[in-house]
Design a protein around this ligand. Structure first.
Ligand code: NAP
Ligand code: G4F
Length: 341
């Protein structure tokens, strides 16, 4: 019988790549989707027609229990979150509820449905749980590169909520013997990235400028540095983590960092334009507390899981710019048109 996976955040970037990867591996894939008329669910169904949908919301404990009871998954991937850092200052409480408390609700749904209780041995063939932790937990970094033992100093309500989910996942593993792990993933991008994130904001703007549809690109902090990889590579690491004999947490990233300035330069270069002619900096786009740099040490994932990123930074930037050029030239609506500046 096919193994069954339940993915929260199925309408997001990672949900789509993970679903494709698991379908390729022969899984029966279920996506948890919220809302009674969520347009992102219809779009997801067009892209991923083999994914089955179960309704539920990370804010609603009962809905998660019902979803787990209905799907009876072998593996649960908790990717659902408010994931845009600036939004977490504007809606800090909601971020805590979805991104933080949502992890507790999902773990409780699995615990209750599996009949796991304190003191009793976890049943064999238990549901395996993956939590989408984030390099934002490192925040103001205490060492570079960051590994699984680096201390956390989150710099946003989002980072704080992720740290709660991370420690809770570890705690359920230690308290109940549950198979529960976190992937501490560094920034990963793709043509499916939301337009509010800087890589997609840049690739869309470059495509618009090249096609004569725009004349400038407004950005915030050009000096921030990130370890940017390709989402299609990173979802493979999520799956590998849940296949390990022993549940453990892993850092996933490329080990190389670039600045926002270098990102803009590479993206304009890809279409033969000079970034300095078009990029305008805007103080309003700076964050109240910035994460200046993030750079992964992915050695543990490489040696224990055999995971390696395949797509380089330059290939990723070229892939995103080319995709947005095609999308706009075909008259496509980058549905991703963000309401964020
Ligand atoms: P994304 O594109 O923003 O997707 C977020 C998903 O969360 C969407 O499917 C959204 O569904 C869902 N969601 C929001 N509120 C929900 C709720 N109340 N109940 C259930 N689902 C809800 O994010 P992503 O880039 O794919 O990232 C996936 C996960 O990895 C997130 O947890 C993110 O924080 C984490 N992460 C991402 C990165 C990265 O660089 N991409 C790095 C580290 C960690 P709707 O369509 O219904 O809004
Ligand atoms: O693309 P960003 O918004 O991503 P950020 O804040 O690093 O968060 C992403 O990666 C995390 C993993 O480290 C995830 F957990 C999280 O869910 C999300 O996927 O911003 C990247 C950098 C920041 O330093 C920001 O200040 O780009 C800088 N930046 C400069 N100008 C900008 C802009 N960011 C955005 N979004 N828009 C700008 O105009």
């Amino acid at each position: 019988m096919a193994r069954r996976a339940l993915i929260t955040g199925i309408t997001g970037q990672d949900g789509s790549y993970l679903a494709e990867h698991l379908l390729d591996q022969g899984y029966e894939v279920w996506g948890l989707a919220r809302g009674q008329a969520n347009p992102r669910v219809s779009r997801m169904r067009k892209l991923l027609s083999d994914v089955q949908v179960v309704r539920g919301d990370l804010l609603d404990q009962g809905s998660l229990i019902s979803a787990v009871e209905r799907v009876r998954p072998d593996e649960v991937y908790n990717l659902g979150a408010i994931s845009f850092v600036p939004m977490s200052w504007e809606q800090a409480e909601l971020t805590a509820e979805v991104t933080g408390m949502g992890v507790l609700r999902m773990l409780e749904a699995i615990r209750v449905c599996s009949g796991v209780s304190r003191g009793a041995a976890a049943p064999s063939g238990q549901i395996r749980f993956y939590q989408a932790s984030s390099s934002e937990m490192f925040g103001q970094v205490t060492e570079t590169p960051q590994n699984e033992r680096t201390a956390f100093h989150p710099r946003s309500p989002y980072g704080v909520a992720k740290a709660y989910g991370h420690f809770l996942t570890q705690n359920y593993r230690e308290s109940y013997g549950m198979y529960a792990v976190s992937g501490i993933l560094f920034n990963h991008e793709s043509p499916r990235r939301g337009a509010e994130f800087v890589t997609r904001k840049v690739s869309l703007a470059v495509a618009r400028i090249k096609l004569g549809m725009a004349t400038e690109l407004r950005l915030g902090n050009l000096e921030a540095r990130r370890d940017w990889g390709y989402a299609g590579d990173y979802v493979k690491a999520m799956h590998l983590m849940l296949q390990a004999d022993v549940p453990e947490d892993y850092v996933i990233g490329t080990g190389h960092m670039k600045s926002v300035r270098e990102l803009a330069e590479a993206a304009f270069d890809a279409v033969g334009l000079d970034w300095e002619q078009y990029v305008v900096t805007d103080q309003k786009l700076h964050r109240p507390a910035e994460v200046d740099l993030l750079c992964a040490d992915p050695k543990k994932a490489r040696t224990q899981l055999g995971w390696e990123p395949r797509v380089s930074f330059d290939e990723l930037v070229a892939m995103m710019v080319e995709s947005d050029l095609r999308l706009l030239a075909d008259g496509g609506d980058p549905d991703q048109d963000s309401s964020w500046p």
